[in-house]
Design a protein around this ligand. Structure first.
Ligand SMILES: C[S@@+](CC[C@H](N)C(=O)[O-])C[C@H]1O[C@@H](n2cnc3c(N)ncnc32)[C@H](O)[C@@H]1O
Length: 307
C-alpha cells in the first residue's frame, strides 16, 4: 500500500522508484516523495458512497475547534487511563506509535535509539494530548514535553496522572490550541498530533499551525485514519457498532483524510513527508504492528523546510 502510494505521488517523478516498485518497506517509507505537487487536495466526501461528488462548501472556520467533537471527548474524559475503556485502541496502539516515533525521530535528530532516554535534549509538543497517554512515555524517553488539549477536563486528568511520577511531573500541560501557541511564538523540535486531525474544523489550517510550531529543520508527525472503504468497514462499523471499542459516533468517515491528501496539505505547509507507515491490528494476538498497509490507520513523519 505504501509503495502503491509512492507510485502515485513519487514514482512518476522519480525514475529510481518507478523502476523498482518492490523496494523493501523501510526503503520505500524513507524514499517517500518530497517533491512539490501542485494538485490541490479535494474536499472530503460526506459519506462513503458518493465519494466526494456532493461535498458541500463551508465558510472557513476561525479556529481548529469543532464543538461536537470536543463534546464527545468531554463525555468520556474520565476514562483516559482505563486501558479497557473507550480509549483502549489508543492504549493498545501506543507501543507501536512509540516504536515509529523512536525510529524516525532518532534517525532525524541523530540520536541513539537504543538508549533508555533517546529523546534527551528534544523539545516536543503533543498537540491534542488528551489524558497524556503519549506525552508520558515521551517524557520517560527523555524529551522535554508540552502537552496541549482544547479540553480543560483532559488537561486536568493529564496533570493529575503525570503528577504520580516525578519523571512525568515535568510535563507542561496547557489547555490551549495549536493556533494559540503559534500566536505566542512557541516553537519545538518536534510537533506531534496523533489521532487529532480527524477531529479539527479545518485540517489545512491545523497543519499550517503545526508547521508554524515546528523549528526549521524540525519534525512534524501526524497519525490519522484513511478515508477508504476499508476504514468505513473497520474503524466505524466494526470498531463502533460491532466490537464497541469506541462509542458510536466517535468518528465521521467524511472527516478522514487519504494519505495523498495529508501529504499535499503538509507540503503546502512546508512540511515534506519523508516516511509513512500503517498500523494493522492482529485479532488473534490483540496487538497492533507497523506495516506498509496504509488503507486504514496510518502515520506520517515529515520535516520542515529550511535550516
Ligand atoms: C482521539 S484523541 C487523541 C489523543 C492523543 N493524541 C492520543 O492519540 O493518545 C483527540 C484529542 O484531540 C483533542 N482535540 C480535538 N480538537 C482539538 C483542537 N482543535 N486542538 C487541540 N486539541 C483538540 C480532543 O480533546 C482529544 O483529547
Amino acid at each position: 500500500m505504501a509503495s502503491k502510494l509512492l507510485t502515485k505521488l513519487g514514482a512518476i517523478r522519480d525514475p529510481k522508484i518507478a523502476r523498482n516498485p518492490n523496494l523493501p518497506l523501510n526503503a520505500t517509507r524513507r524514499l517517500f516523495s518530497h517533491r512539490p505537487i501542485s494538485t490541490p487536495p479535494h474536499s472530503p466526501p460526506s459519506s462513503p458512497p458518493d465519494n466526494g461528488k456532493s461535498a458541500h462548501k463551508k465558510s472557513k472556520p476561525t479556529s481548529s475547534l469543532k464543538d461536537l467533537e470536543l463534546a464527545k471527548f468531554s463525555a468520556i474524559a474520565d476514562s483516559w487511563w482505563d486501558s479497557v475503556g473507550p480509549f483502549k485502541p489508543l492504549h493498545a496502539m501506543n507501543p507501536t506509535r512509540l516504536a515509529f516515533l523512536r525510529s524516525t525521530l532518532c534517525r532525524h535528530f541523530r540520536k541513539d535509539p537504543h538508549v533508555a532516554r533517546p529523546f534527551e535534549g528534544l523539545k516536543i509538543v503533543d498537540v491534542g494530548c488528551g489524558g497524556g497517554i503519549l506525552s508520558e512515555p515521551l517524557a520517560r524517553m527523555g524529551a522535554t514535553v508540552t502537552g496541549i488539549d482544547a479540553l480543560e477536563k483532559n488537561i486536568n486528568i493529564a496533570r493529575l496522572h503525570a503528577g504520580l511520577d516525578p519523571v512525568t511531573s515535568t510535563i507542561e500541560y496547557c489547555c490551549t490550541t495549536a493556533e494559540k501557541l503559534v500566536k505566542e511564538q512557541k516553537m519545538f523540535d518536534a510537533v506531534i498530533a496523533l489521532e487529532v486531525i480527524e477531529h479539527v474544523a479545518d485540517p489545512t489550517e491545523f497543519c499550517k499551525s503545526l508547521s508554524a510550531l515546528t523549528h526549521p529543520g524540525g519534525a512534524t508527525v501526524i497519525s490519522t485514519i484513511n478515508r477508504s472503504m476499508r476504514s468505513y468497514a473497520t474503524a466505524i462499523v466494526a470498531a463502533e457498532y460491532l466490537l464497541h471499542w469506541l462509542p458510536i459516533g466517535t468518528h465521521q468517515w467524511s472527516s478522514f483524510l487519504t494519505p495523498e491528501e495529508l501529504v499535499l496539505i503538509l507540503q503546502r505547509a512546508s512540511i515534506n513527508v519523508k516516511e509513512m507507515a500503517g498500523f494493522v491490528y492482529n485479532p488473534l494476538t490483540g496487538r497492533w504492528s507497523l506495516s506498509d498497509d496504509i488503507s486504514v490507520n496510518f502515520i506520517a513523519f515529515g520535516t520542515k523546510n529550511g535550516q
